[in-house]
Design a protein around this ligand. Structure first.
Ligand code: ADP
Length: 448
């Protein structure tokens, strides 16, 4: 097993990884920008290295600084967390070539599954259903219109390199297509440095259901059930839960085996997630793969009792998976609310000083956060300040528990999304599980 791991991230996920390392007897190295000198991940790691100024491109995304930090501290492996360098194949390659272990999949898998158009082709090859769409990337406007017409409107134009809910354009009718297509290419180039886009049928009221995978170096791949992430705003997840109300044991097995087939096809190792869209008839379609640990991984941990971050570290060290498919058992219900520091009405970030911070506690509560009283939320990074995770015997109890916990959660000095979460939890459709990715539109438009 590794003796020392460097964590190339910040905030709650850096802390989450440090906690896993401590419980495994592994020493930790935190890296941080000058804006994060007073962060909890710096405080709780065994060592820390300042890697640059606040801007991510000069610090958390600056590969030479991170590699140097690992070298001077004798770290044997690097955990990238999510975001930043987690899905950067060349970073994974540099880690491995400098003799450090990248805790994640191989650079080849990241490349193959990180390009959404290529990932789609891989899913097709593995026999997994996909939505009607273009055969890979489309560059030319006239042929793009042809393809869109053939698929049938509405369609969605997606950046091959997209992520984080960015780089997608929905086109409801043909008249809007040409313009949207060019805009999507321009936006993709500006945001991801890559103008490649592809086209897919747009589902009007889908559910977002994803399967958690874990794979070791020996080729064992196991699925750990699903997460439902349909409560989204601007294609970004707000609430996630496990299991999904629409997925029964038979469907879980079927989707799980589909996800495993994709992973086996690319000789995948470490943690990964296969995202599907599901229509009202419970037909599911591959959407994309995330080749890293995800923000919402705790809900799967709660219902399976498996520590995914520890497992990531174990398999990166060459150990076999510590469980088999037969040993995975989904028990109870878990739900996660992402609490962002932002104006709940205008959705704009709300950086500043947290003047009072009281996280909830009691039975079945897990709070993942790097915030504390007097913590100053930097303006440079994303606005998520806490993940509130609950666990209960069933979904109704989980909702009651979440409501109780949201009411206990005191965060003063900055605006947060807590009021929005309370509203969602009180919504009869949410409570009955009648949800889709369109759920949040009712809050943007009171007529709905
Ligand atoms: P990202 O990588 O940016 O997270 P995804 O491909 O995972 O992008 O899509 C994010 C969200 O966008 C989905 O959860 C869903 O709400 C919406 N979406 C993507 N593709 C489609 C589609 N074909 N039809 C309907 N909604 C879609």
């Amino acid at each position: 097993m590794f003796k020392k791991i460097l964590i190339a991230n910040r905030g709650e996920i850096a802390l989450r990884i440090i906690r896993a390392c401590k419980e495994m007897g592994i020493k930790t190295v935190a890296v941080h920008s000058t804006a994060d000198a007073n962060s909890l991940h710096v405080r709780f790691a065994d060592e820390s290295v300042c890697i640059g100024p606040p801007k991510s491109t000069d610090s958390y995304l600056h590969v030479p600084s991170i590699i140097s930090a690992a070298e001077i501290t004798d770290a044997e492996a690097i955990h990238p967390g999510y975001g930043f360098l987690a899905e950067n194949a060349s970073f994974a390659e540099i880690c491995n070539s400098t003799g450090m272990r990248f805790i994640g999949p191989s650079p080849e898998s990241i490349k193959q599954m990180g390009d959404k158009a290529r990932a789609r082709a891989t899913a097709i090859k593995a026999g997994v259903p996909v939505l009607p769409g273009s055969d890979g990337v489309v560059t030319e406007e006239n042929s793009a219109i042809e393809i869109a017409r053939e698929i049938g409107f509405p369609v969605i134009v997606k950046a091959a390199a997209g992520g984080g809910g960015k780089g997608m354009r929905v086109v409801l009718e043909e008249a809007e297509f040409a313009n949207a297509f060019v805009m999507a290419q321009t936006e993709a180039l500006a945001a991801f440095g890559n103008a490649d886009v592809y086209i897919e049928k747009y589902l009007l009221q889908p559910r977002h259901i994803e399967i958690q995978l874990m794979a070791d170096e020996k080729g064992n791949v196991v699925y750990l059930g699903e997460r439902e992430c349909s409560i989204q705003r601007r294609h970004q997840k707000l609430i996630e839960e496990a299991p999904s109300v629409t997925v029964d044991a038979a469907l879980r097995k079927e989707m799980g085996e589909m996800a495993v087939a994709i992973a086996k096809n690319v000789k995948y190792r470490n943690a990964g997630t296969i995202e599907f869209l599901m229509d009202v008839d419970r037909k599911y379609y591959f959407m994309e793969m995330n080749t890293r640990i995800q923000v919402e991984h705790p809900v799967t941990e709660m219902v399976t009792g498996i520590d995914l971050v520890k497992e990531q570290i174990r398999v990166a060290a060459g150990l076999p998976l510590s469980f088999t498919q037969d040993q995975i058992c989904i028990r109870g219900h878990s739900m996660e609310c992402r609490i962002n520091a932002e104006d709940p009405v205008k959705f704009t970030p709300s950086p500043g000083t947290i003047t009072a911070f009281n996280p909830p506690g009691g039975p079945g509560i897990r709070v993942e956060t790097a915030a504390y009283t007097q913590y100053v939320i930097p303006q440079y990074y994303d606005s998520m300040i806490a993940k509130l995770v609950v666990y209960a015997d069933n979904r109704d109890d989980a909702i009651m528990r979440m409501k109780r916990a949201l009411n206990e959660f005191i965060i003063e000095g900055v605006k947060t999304t807590i009021p929005m979460h309370k509203k969602i939890l009180d919504d009869p459709d949410f409570q009955s599980g009648n949800i889709s990715t369109k759920f949040m539109e009712r809050y943007n438009n009171p007529q709905k």
